[in-house]
Design a protein around this ligand. Structure first.
Ligand SMILES: NC(=O)c1ccc[n+]([C@@H]2O[C@H](COP(=O)([O-])OP(=O)(O)OC[C@H]3O[C@@H](n4cnc5c(N)ncnc54)[C@H](O)[C@@H]3O)[C@@H](O)[C@H]2O)c1
Length: 253
């Protein structure tokens, strides 16, 4: 129960890793606000958390829209009295060669994966400053640390998330706010299934990487959620500005 009485807002919590985080954080005693652009998915995860005895609230919000992000943070604080932990989890991927990548695709990936984190941090930090502290966990990827084939916009956006995390960790350390990021490798979620099962060749190198990594398997959403719960808790009180890889050893060699 390391997150007892903490109010945790998780974006992109309607599916995959974010859903696993919502369930894990609730099991650790948190009240979870489940934000997603897919309102029905957020409601379904909320119902699941409640079935398991947890406290949860769904919010429909697109992280690329400033007004919606502002409203998401305000609703969290108005309903539950604080925002103790913000997890920026919403993200999208685009697979293909950069010469075939059109501007709109680039802009959308960067908007969701990087601008979305900027907006949530901007409004989330204001709430945390007002209450005297908090924790932010941003979801990067190993694609922000090493070059992964055919993911140029995704790699760039996740590299940006890592840089933003470090910048905010430095800026807010003296205000009792810790900012870290997680960098998952290939995790078994609906998203990865889509990438791995894509017809033709675009995913073949990615598939090869999964098979040749040290632990030789996909990670599970629960394994990522466990790492995030640790960073969210006081067990990680001396950790800020860190990039925690959860990748089965993929980036170790
Ligand atoms: N699955 C992996 O292998 C993997 C690896 C590294 C990093 N990640 C990162 O983990 C995060 C989640 O991945 P996942 O595998 O759980 O994906 P997922 O597709 O299962 O879940 C992503 C969720 O984000 C939501 N979302 C998308 N755009 C949004 C927006 N603009 N506003 C609000 N919500 C939005 C979707 O509706 C969905 O519910 C992403 O940031 C991704 O980059 C995933």
């Amino acid at each position: 129960m390391r997150l007892q009485d903490k109010v945790c807002l998780i974006t992109g919590a309607g599916s995959g890793i974010g859903k696993a985080m919502a369930l894990r954080f609730a099991r650790e005693g948190a009240t979870v606000v489940i934000a997603d652009q897919d309102g029905q998915a957020a409601e379904a995860v909320c119902a699941l958390v409640k079935q398991n005895g947890g406290r949860a609230q769904p919010i429909e919000a697109d992280v690329t829209v400033a007004l919606e992000v502002q409203a998401m943070v305000r609703a969290t604080v108005d309903t539950f009295g604080s925002l103790d932990v913000l997890v920026n989890q919403a993200g999208i991927i685009q697979v293909g060669d950069i010469i075939d990548l059109d501007e709109q695709e680039w802009d959308r990936v960067v908007a969701v994966n990087l601008k979305g984190v900027y907006l949530a941090c901007k409004y989330g930090l204001r709430a945390m400053l007002a209450q005297g502290g908090g924790v932010i966990i941003n979801t990067a990827s190993i694609s922000g640390l090493v070059g992964i084939p055919k993911q140029p916009a995704y790699c760039a956006s996740k590299g940006g998330v890592i840089a933003l995390t470090r910048a905010l960790a430095v800026d807010y350390a003296d205000r009792n706010i810790r900012v870290n990021c997680i960098a998952p490798g290939p995790i078994d979620t609906p998203w990865t299934e889509n990438v791995l099962r894509a017809p033709g060749d675009p995913a073949s190198e990615y598939r090869w990487i999964v098979m040749t990594q040290p632990l030789k398997r996909l990670g599970t959403p629960d394994e990522v959620a466990a790492a995030a719960a640790y960073l969210a808790s006081d067990d990680a009180a001396y950790i800020t500005g860190a990039v925690l890889t959860i990748d089965g050893g993929m980036t170790a060699r």
